[in-house]
Design a protein around this ligand. Sequence first.
Ligand SMILES: C[S@@+](CC[C@H](N)C(=O)[O-])C[C@H]1O[C@@H](n2cnc3c(N)ncnc32)[C@H](O)[C@@H]1O
Length: 266
Amino acid sequence: MSMQRITFADGAAYERNMGGWSRLAGGPFLDWLAPAQGLRWLDVGCGNGAFTELVCDRCAPVVVEGVDPSDGQLDFARTRLAGRPVRLQRGDAMALPFAGGSFDVAAMALVIFFVPDPAQAVAEMARVVRPGGTVAAYAWDFPAGGFPLEPIQAELRALGLDPPRPPHFAVARADALRALWAGAGLAGVETRAIVVRRSFAGLAEFWSHSLSGTAAAQMIEALEPAAAAALRARVEAWLDVAPDGRVTATARANMVRGLVPSPRSP
Ligand SMILES: C[S@@+](CC[C@H](N)C(=O)[O-])C[C@H]1O[C@@H](n2cnc3c(N)ncnc32)[C@H](O)[C@@H]1O
């Protein structure tokens, strides 16, 4: 395992690096959930509010409660979501600060693999959603190379370096997500894989966004200039570069959803 951890101290750096990617995956996720308008939403690990904003834009929620342990992310989210029907607080997915049955939908966008006990987090989402409500998530398919920054990470690994991955990245596999959701007693559990493409104005923008706030940036900076240039060239060979210079990078995520069952009558 990498000696470094992925951290979330800076919501603006996160926005350049991953916020755009999260929204691109969040669109097909919401298409798939097809929720009614006017629901009570919980966004677990809301981060800097990238997915929260999408819920506000698309789902006309009555309220979105956002919970995240990072003040740096929450500060950015507070600015971004000012005037929206959103309440944000510091908190942990494994001990959600809400009464049972408080929400119609609980969602986790790119979070499940960071939580120390993923099963406990899913159990908590199932607890705070009403019977018949939805518990859902999407996660980059790290085990299958679906992380958006996989080209950079793979080329660093080829040099013997070890860029950090989320501690529980293996739970992003579709079968692992299904097992977690079923293990929390959720009904009608389904998964679906999606491909996400992000377009950049050019290679300079690809690099500045992709390295923003990352351990990979420090690793590349520490290379000899010739080695760094060679690595950049190898990474760029993974990308789709159009004649006009626009760059498209591809990622893959797995989505999961399940319903909170009605309590059995005695
Ligand atoms: C990749 S970001 C996703 C943020 C946001 N959901 C999005 O889609 O852009 C992962 C987030 O999970 C949060 N996180 C890490 N551990 C957590 C935990 N135990 N409970 C809740 N959130 C956690 C981090 O602070 C970070 O904001």
